[in-house]
Design a protein around this ligand. Structure first.
Ligand SMILES: [Zn+2]
Length: 490
């Protein structure tokens, strides 16, 4: 949710002043009275009659209204702060150890992706429970909300409300764009509902709402605008779009900005998303990429849900060496392909993940609380020429090898040599994602005269020093942007 400041609670005298101040501040900024439009029927008339002269008079009110219009409920006290955040919580123990670092990284990521400029500090109020939230926040209900740069939530880090706060200085557009953007960006969230609302008019006029089909449709609308255009263009639209609940006005503004009919764009947006179980938000994931040459990286995250971008492009590769096995997923930043589980959380040995030639930016997601310990190497790479294939040292502590690359064409082959002091048994352990598995053979050498197919149904296959792994395309009716083979060393 996103509430206009000053309108969400009953009108005490103090709040009335704060409300007026908020309007005046908006007018002064040139954002105008549109911002208060999310709730009352006066809004539409305000939308229409907000002339510049009126804005000027309202702006003068800033001088007359007292400062200090922060929320007036029994708010949690300040616990910690950083350059861009103040974090409030009922108890010290509710403040997670890495929360400020994660908030700053979330902000840096979104700001870099959208090219936002603002030094405004965000107040994050963490409440004990929904009753606490409803009684003491500005939300006026048990739903989390953002009011300008203030966030009121029962979750330690809620990306939806953070996006509202990041965009607070840009504008306050109509609900489909405002809520759509809040749902279209984020790295830790799971998919939204697959049920969608085909009638965009309902998404414009029904606000506030707790209908998930509206949020899911708003998300597809905003995500599609970003992916079909650019974040910068969508931000310009965000800036000029009115906070209206009038479908006709929304459609008119849409047409005048994009030169397209909202009917067409909405219908196309609802059809996008290849994930079977819904659509995930875009992860900006540009800050703090894991790159070759980074050794002994330790990423402690006490929270469920953390992530790091990886520096693997269309022409590069990286070998990730995980010292221990936890819950790690590989995802593309636009989240148009399914997340690939990389490790077996039960395994005790070191895992090697070779990722090569990613067509689009990807990131690693750590969905469970824990500590990741890894190193990243630039070599080796897969080679189409067996004679030139690089050697990968399989030491005794290696328990798993996974290779991820774009799908090979029919008949194409790629090779990787194994260097191992002992003979090891290997068994296929692919992620259970339809269409992503590639073909794999283990060959004694590059003559390729003695090869054994390695499939999930097969008994373990022995490999020893100098053996070659041969990857090929596996016929699949499902198109995929990645192909993976994964083996366990027994
Ligand atoms: Zn919202």
């Amino acid at each position: 949710m996103h509430r206009a400041r000053g309108l969400s609670r009953s009108s005490t005298k103090r709040e009335t002043w704060c409300f007026l101040r908020a309007i005046a501040t908006d007018a002064f900024r040139g954002i105008g009275l549109r911002r208060i439009g999310s709730r009352r029927s006066i809004v539409s008339s305000v939308d229409v009659y907000c002339h510049d002269e009126m804005r000027f008079l309202l702006a003068l009110m800033i001088l007359a209204v007292p400062e200090g219009c922060s929320p007036s409920g029994n708010l949690p006290p300040l616990r910690t702060s950083s350059q861009h955040f103040r974090y409030y919580a009922r108890s010290e123990s509710a403040v997670q150890g890495d929360i400020i670092e994660r908030l700053e990284r979330s902000r840096a990521d979104v700001f870099a992706y959208l090219n936002l400029q603002s030094e405004a500090q965000i107040n994050y109020y963490l409440f004990d429970d929904q009753e606490d939230l409803a009684r003491n926040s500005e939300c006026g209900s048990t739903q989390d909300c953002a009011v300008g740069h203030d966030i009121f939530s029962v979750s330690p880090l809620l990306e939806h409300e953070l996006v509202h706060a990041y965009l607070a200085d840009v504008g306050f557009p109509a609900a489909p764009l405002r809520e759509g953007m809040a749902e279209a960006l984020g790295c830790n969230r799971t998919n939204l509902s697959t049920a969608i609302e085909n009638d965009w008019r309902r998404c414009v006029s029904e606000y506030p709402t707790s209908d998930v089909t509206i949020y899911a449709s708003d998300q597809r609308f905003a995500k599609n605008l970003i992916l079909q255009n650019s974040p910068g263009t969508v931000l310009r639209y965000y800036r000029i779009s009115s906070d209206t609940r009038l479908p006709n006005l929304f459609a008119k503004e849409f047409m005048s900005f994009w030169g397209l009919s909202i009917d067409d764009v909405w219908a196309k947006a609802l059809m996008t998303g290849v994930l079977e179980d819904g659509v995930s938000p875009i992860c900006p994931c540009s800050i703090g990429a894991l790159s070759p040459g980074m050794n002994d990286v330790v990423i402690p995250h006490v929270n469920a849900g953390d992530y790091r971008p990886i520096a693997v492009g269309p022409d590069s590769s990286a070998l990730f060496r995980f010292a221990k096995s936890t819950d790690v997923l590989l995802q593309d930043c636009a989240r148009e392909t399914p997340a690939v589980p990389l490790l077996d959380p039960q395994a005790m040995k070191t895992s090697l993940i070779l990722i090569q030639g990613l067509p689009t930016p990807h990131f690693l997601a750590f969905p469970s609380p824990g500590t990741e310990e890894l190193s990243v190497d630039a070599d080796p790479r897969l080679s189409a020429d067996c004679g030139e294939a690089a050697s990968l040292v399989i030491s005794s502590d290696i328990g798993r090898l996974m290779v991820i690359a774009p799908p090979l064409g029919v008949g194409a082959r790629q090779y990787l040599k194994l260097a191992s002091a002992t003979t090891r048994m290997i068994q296929r352990k692919d992620p259970a994602i339809a269409g992503i598995q590639g073909g794999l053979r283990a060959c004694t050498d590059c003559t390729l005269s003695s090869c054994t197919g390695v499939t999930a149904l097969q008994a373990p296959v022995p490999v020893s020093d100098g053996y070659v792994l041969e990857l090929s395309a596996m016929p699949s009716p499902l198109a995929s942007t990645l192909q993976a083979v994964s083996i366990e060393f027994l």
